[in-house]
Design a protein around this ligand. Structure first.
Ligand code: NDP
Length: 284
């Protein structure tokens, strides 16, 4: 039976440490790190995520401000708000909650954020810097995955890591981070043939697809470490992309949903905000 990877507990520990670091930053600089969260429209999941993020800022002493724009806002107006936040000295991190309404070009909006304030780590400059091994702000969810593996002493070097999903926000960067930690990495997607054969060869299996129960116990190698990134609502209940019951009979370690990767994403956002504030105040 698998041991549970308690993301909630690890995230709480990170936040406790951050409280101290944020207060030291404030003492040294005379102001706290500041995060601006931009929400467009009223997608209930986005509203929930934004409120979790703001609450976490409050908990750790990070200043946060929310800009809630109407669903009908034009791309130009949104870009203009980002321009203002880019030059606002109280703001060190800018997060635009995705997804955006269809009439707005997401990539254009991400690219308008100053790379040094891009606490989501989605800006092409940060992606490029990371790929070539330079210091960069890194995407929160994959960073959270790596931190969980480290917290539980999971060795990655020489291990076969399989990442199911290749999105820019989770799958691709998670695969690159595992590669950086010397795992041998395979990436699966919708066109992958024989998914089960591939997942069965994984020592570390990361699943980020958004399909409830896609990965079942019979697709997992005995003793594998399973990280379930998926967040799906089924009959009003949150479930992952991995069938927890059958998977936990095979895995040695497994993340639950909720309480696994989710809380880590928020903890990493707070760390990124402090990192951005430090970099910006050192370069002033
Ligand atoms: P995307 O929809 O952007 O990407 C999904 C990926 O999964 C795509 O690469 C797609 O392949 C692949 N995929 C879909 N179906 C299959 C299948 N049957 N077999 C193999 N691959 C498949 O999703 P995200 O990466 O944004 O999110 C994934 C999940 O993680 C969602 O449930 C989301 O809610 C959750 N999430 C959780 C976070 C957290 O903090 N815990 C943060 C962010 C996301 P292809 O490229 O071929 O289409």
């Amino acid at each position: 039976m698998a041991k549970i990877i308690d993301g909630k507990k690890v995230a709480e520990e990170i936040k406790e440490n951050l409280k101290v670091e944020v207060s030291e930053f404030r003492e040294k600089n005379g102001f706290p790190p500041g995060l601006a969260v931009v929400q467009v429209g009223n997608n209930p999941a986005s509203t929930a995520y934004v409120s979790f993020k703001q609450k976490a800022c409050e908990q750790t002493g990070i200043y946060s401000v929310k800009h809630h724009l109407d669903e009908s806002v034009s791309e130009e107006e949104l870009l203009s708000l980002i321009g203002k936040l880019n030059s606002d000295s109280k703001i060190h991190g800018i997060l635009v909650q995705l997804p955006l309404p269809e009439h707005i070009d997401e990539q254009k909006v991400i690219s308008a954020i100053a790379p040094e304030k891009d606490v989501d780590g989605f800006h092409p400059v940060n992606v490029g810097r990371f790929v070539v091994g330079m210091e960069a702000l890194l995407p929160c969810t994959p960073r959270g995955i790596i931190r969980l593996l480290e917290s539980y002493g999971v060795e990655t070097e020489g291990k076969h890591a399989v990442v199911v999903g290749r999105s820019n926000i989770v799958g691709k960067p998670a695969a690159l981070m595992l590669l950086k930690k010397n795992a041998t990495v395979s990436i699966a997607h919708r066109r992958t043939k024989n998914l089960a054969e591939l997942t069965k060869s994984a020592d570390i299996l990361v699943v980020a697809v958004g399909r409830p129960g896609l990965v079942t116990g019979d697709m997992i190698k005995e003793g594998a470490v399973v990280i379930d990134v998926g967040i799906n609502k089924v009959d009003g209940k949150l479930v992952g992309d991995v069938d927890f019951e059958s998977a936990s009979e095979k895995a040695s370690l497994i993340t639950p949903v909720p309480g696994g990767v989710g809380p880590m994403t928020i903890a990493m956002l707070l760390e990124n905000t402090l990192q951005a504030a430090r970099m910006l105040s050192e370069n002033r």
